[in-house]
Design a protein around this ligand. Structure first.
Ligand SMILES: Cc1cc2nc3c(=O)[nH]c(=O)nc-3n(C[C@H](O)[C@H](O)[C@H](O)COP(=O)(O)OP(=O)(O)OC[C@H]3O[C@@H](n4cnc5c(N)ncnc54)[C@H](O)[C@@H]3O)c2cc1C
Length: 476
């Protein structure tokens, strides 16, 4: 019998599991995908929003502001790239300038530091901004993060502190036996005293497994361009248009890896698993983005992608006990600003909700720090040479675009949540993230994974089921 079973290893379930791992509890984290952070948490803008935008007193506002304040410590403990670059919400007309003043009032209500900038100040801070810019709201606490390693390292840290992770297991049914739950998956059954539903786009379906609910997920897709990291200083902050009913609008931002990202769109869709992109929507994103930053070099686009928001009919996060049994906690509808809110959501769920259900006794040997990871292109030449002397595989470059060595990929395979697919390697160490998008390194990564797991290269997947890269052997 587990004390707590968490469904879903996106950023929400990852942070909750990590928070639970401080205590003497038997915790199981179940994930339907073959890697953690592979759905909504895998495809977003990765902005650590300042929190001026959500409606005051909403859960979104509270969690965003608290989460933002936690991120320096979280990024340090989890060894994740994080840059508090600040954001600018830009007005391009006199009417929009008036809206900025309303946003200042909202910032004050949410207790978020902001500053109204004049046209001259905006243009000095962002030389490539549109000549139409009339002013901007500067939010210095906004930042950008590596969303992939945020989840991977949070789960690794949870597992290092005793949480059990099971991948490739989808929850298909839950029986509420009042003193405990029986959770049925595609592979087996688990008993647990408490269940936490952090299933993202499927959180409403999981909640309905034990009782009827009054909220629903209505998925909204967002498409993006990613640009190569050649041009330095295209923008120095995350640049937003004014927010609308559809969301925060099409932004232009650098990423934590010094690429640029342009997007997202916001379209309602039927199928939550629809991660397609289309040229009409991308064209519209391009049009809107160039209204803010006219010189975006679209000839440097190296990838387009989309992510799906678990938008909720409540227009706020759902973080509450189930009505029929308090031992079932729903953490659903975690759309933007869910990434920045995730550590605060975990704190609230564990300290406020779980603590009323079970005794939280701190572990004496809890370690908040994830195992450090050697990134050779981020250390001095002296350290790099020392590391190569100790392990010559650090001198063998596998991904020449992003300068990732064989030794670094081998290191990933000995961690507590090792990659099992080519995409999982890419998310962790950036092999395949560059200009050639894995054209050169993915065959080598495929062979490396096959050797490590003792299987044929034809069994290695790019990502989800049925995404094997090689069809069959043609030569022996
Ligand atoms: C386009 C876009 C832009 C965004 N930009 C930002 C941003 O800039 N800043 C920000 O703060 N937030 C942003 N967000 C929001 C943020 O990405 C999400 O709030 C967050 O990733 C949600 O995490 P989650 O863990 O709740 O969901 P997910 O990451 O989807 O995790 C849920 C997990 O549950 C698993 N699961 C589902 N059903 C089952 C089942 N039956 N059994 C087992 N496992 C199951 C899924 O496989 C998944 O891994 C954005 C989102 C989108 C789509």
């Amino acid at each position: 019998m587990y004390d707590i079973l968490v469904i879903g290893a996106g950023v929400t379930g990852a942070m909750i599991s990590r928070r639970l791992s401080r205590y003497n509890l038997k915790v199981l984290l179940l994930e339907k995908e073959n890697d953690v952070g592979n759905v909504v948490s895998n495809a977003n803008s990765a902005i650590i929003h300042s929190g001026y935008d959500p409606l005051p007193n909403s859960l979104k506002a509270k969690m965003n502001v608290r989460g933002n304040a936690m991120f320096d410590q979280i990024a340090d403990e989890l060894d994740v790239h994080f840059n508090r670059c600040g954001s600018l919400t830009v007005a391009t007309s006199d009417e929009q300038l008036k809206v900025l003043e309303d946003l200042v009032k909202r910032s004050e209500a949410n207790k978020v530091p902001v500053k109204l900038l004049s046209e001259k100040e905006v243009k000095e801070m962002e030389p490539n901004i549109s000549s139409e810019a009339k002013g901007a709201l500067f939010a210095p606490t906004a930042g950008i993060i590596d969303p992939f390693n945020l989840v991977v390292h949070a789960v690794e840290n949870a597992c290092d502190n005793g949480v059990i992770l099971k991948l490739d297991e989808a929850v298909v049914d839950i029986k509420d036996l009042k003193d405990h739950f029986v959770v049925k998956t595609t592979k087996g059954e688990y008993e647990s005293k408490i269940v936490i539903n952090a299933a993202g786009l499927y959180s409403d379906k999981i909640a309905e497994m034990i009782e009827p609910i009054d909220w629903k997920i209505t998925p909204r897709k967002g498409e993006y361009f990613v640009l190569d990291h050649y041009q330095v200083g295209l923008v120095n902050h995350t640049i937003f248009p004014l927010p609308s009913a559809k969301g925060k609008g099409v932004l232009v931002s650098m990423t934590s890896s010094n690429n640029y990202i342009v997007g997202p769109s916001s379209e309602p869709i039927e199928d939550p698993d629809d991660a397609s992109t289309d040229s009409y929507t991308l064209g519209e994103i391009r049009r809107q983005a160039t209204e803010l930053v006219p010189s975006i070099p679209f000839n440097q686009v190296i990838r387009v992608f989309s992510g799906v928001r678990p938008t909720c009919t409540r227009h706020d996060f759902v973080i509450e006990y189930a009505k029929s049994n308090k031992n079932f906690i729903n953490v659903g509808g975690i759309e933007s600003p869910g990434l920045v809110s995730s550590p605060a959501i975990a704190e609230y769920v564990v300290d406020e909700l779980v603590s009323k259900l079970i005794n939280l006794e701190e572990k004496k040997d809890y370690n908040p720090r994830v195992k450090k990871y050697n990134r050779l292109n981020e250390v001095s030449e002296e350290v790099r040479n020392k590391l190569i002397k100790e392990n010559p595989d650090y001198g063998k470059i596998i991904c020449s675009c992003e300068k990732v060595s064989l030794g670094e990929i081998e290191d990933l395979l000995s961690r507590s949540v090792p990659p099992r697919t080519v995409k999982a390697v890419k998310k962790r160490c950036r092999a395949g993230f560059g200009k050639c998008q894995g054209g050169f390194c993915s065959p080598m990564v495929t062979l490396l994974l096959a050797k490590h797991y003792g299987v044929s290269p034809t069994e290695i997947k790019w990502d989800k089921d049925h995404s094997e890269i090689l069809v069959s052997e043609v030569k022996k």
